[in-house]
Design a protein around this ligand. Structure first.
Ligand code: SAM
Length: 331
């Protein structure tokens, strides 16, 4: 099967699928300010439609899929969707991004359905602070979910931590230490200013990645090599003696556009060519109009062909380029 190579010689083989725009947490940097109307059920792709689009995507050259949301584990039948996707010949990797609230009960079933790994978003290890950041008192459920994921072999569990100055930056060392004790990848993420999110003071909350690295170095020596052209957005390294790894994701300070390998499918059936571009290509219309798998595969190729070279945005102007809030894109 031939793959997709775009005009800038990047192999496009990774698709992030948002299966719902709904989330059970209200993280203060992600939830739209003042709320947002949820997509109508009829707007959202059904599982059969997603599976059909995946057949087309794989025909075009997609090899890796990440299921995301909103919160993907809130959508009924998500295990069955994963089973459908993992059964598609030619798909090499199926992973999922979650806030972990339902992971304790679903991890074994997800593993059994062919999910290989999970990323769990977790910004604090303190119960009261968890409530402050997410609006809910559910930290212990998330921690049990991470443990369960590890036990059933969804390995390595990746923990994504968005760092906010004055809110959770005093926990950077605690998170880094987690990678000493556990075989997790703990990845620190620079806060982005996204569309309409509830943060009214992004500038003062923003902590640049260089500063995050400095704090992690208090825990142990880090040999952070030069940024390499890798489709993995995280620059990874290990603390001495650690079972796990630490990583840094800085879409703006250290952007990885030169090796970007991804497309995004929104819950309402639009292909996005770049997280920071409002450009969306409708694939639900042709799908519902009865296009063949080969015709739909051409739409994936078209989207890849339209991927921009990169963004040259800085953190103050990205907001206007999202077009949607992060919950509706899937990260
Ligand atoms: N509900 C799932 C979860 O919590 O992982 C998947 C969707 S969530 C939108 C995907 C990722 O986007 C999470 O890791 C979240 O922390 C990240 N994210 C959302 N808004 C962000 C922002 N303003 N800056 C940095 N990361 C953000």
């Amino acid at each position: 099967m031939k793959g997709i190579v775009d005009r800038f010689d990047r192999r496009i083989d990774y698709l992030r699928i948002s299966i719902t725009d709904h989330c059970n947490l209200k993280c203060l940097y992600c939830t739209p300010f003042g709320g947002r109307d949820r997509l109508a059920h009829s707007e959202i792709l059904s599982y059969e439609e997603i599976a059909r689009l995946m057949l087309a995507a794989v025909q075009a050259g997609i090899r890796k899929v990440r299921v995301t949301g909103g919160e993907p584990l809130m959508r009924k039948g998500v295990v069955e969707l994963c089973r459908m996707l993992s059964g598609i010949e030619g798909l090499e990797s199926l992973t999922l991004t979650t806030n972990g609230v339902y992971l304790q009960e679903l991890a074994p079933q997800l593993h059994d359905a062919g999910v290989q790994r999970v990323n769990v978003s977790l910004d604090t290890l303190r119960p009261e602070r968890f409530k402050k950041i997410t609006g809910h008192n559910l930290l212990s459920k998330v921690l049990s979910g991470i443990k369960r994921a590890e036990e059933v072999g969804l390995h390595p569990v990746k923990i994504n931590t968005v760092v906010m100055r004055g809110i959770n930056d005093d926990e950077i060392e605690d998170f880094a230490r987690l990678s000493l004790k556990k075989p997790y990848q703990v990845r620190f993420i620079e806060l982005m200013r996204t569309n309409g999110c509830g943060l009214d003071d992004h500038e003062s909350l923003f902590m640049p990645v260089e500063e995050i690295v400095k704090v992690v170095r208090r825990v142990g020596e880090l040999s952070l090599g030069p940024a390499v052209d890798s489709p993995d957005p995280a620059r990874l390294c290990s603390l001495p003696g650690g079972f796990g790894r630490v990583g840094f994701i800085a879409p703006l300070s250290w952007h990885f556009c030169g090796s970007c390998n991804r497309l995004r499918l929104t819950a309402d059936g639009k292909l996005r060519t770049c997280l920071f571009s409002e450009k969306e290509i409708d694939i639900k219309g042709p799908l519902r109009a009865g296009d063949s798998i080969a015709e739909l595969a051409d739409i994936f190729r078209l989207a890849a062909a339209q991927k921009p070279h990169g963004h040259s945005l800085d953190r103050t102007d990205i907001e206007k380029h999202f077009g949607r809030d992060m919950q509706a894109i899937g990260g």
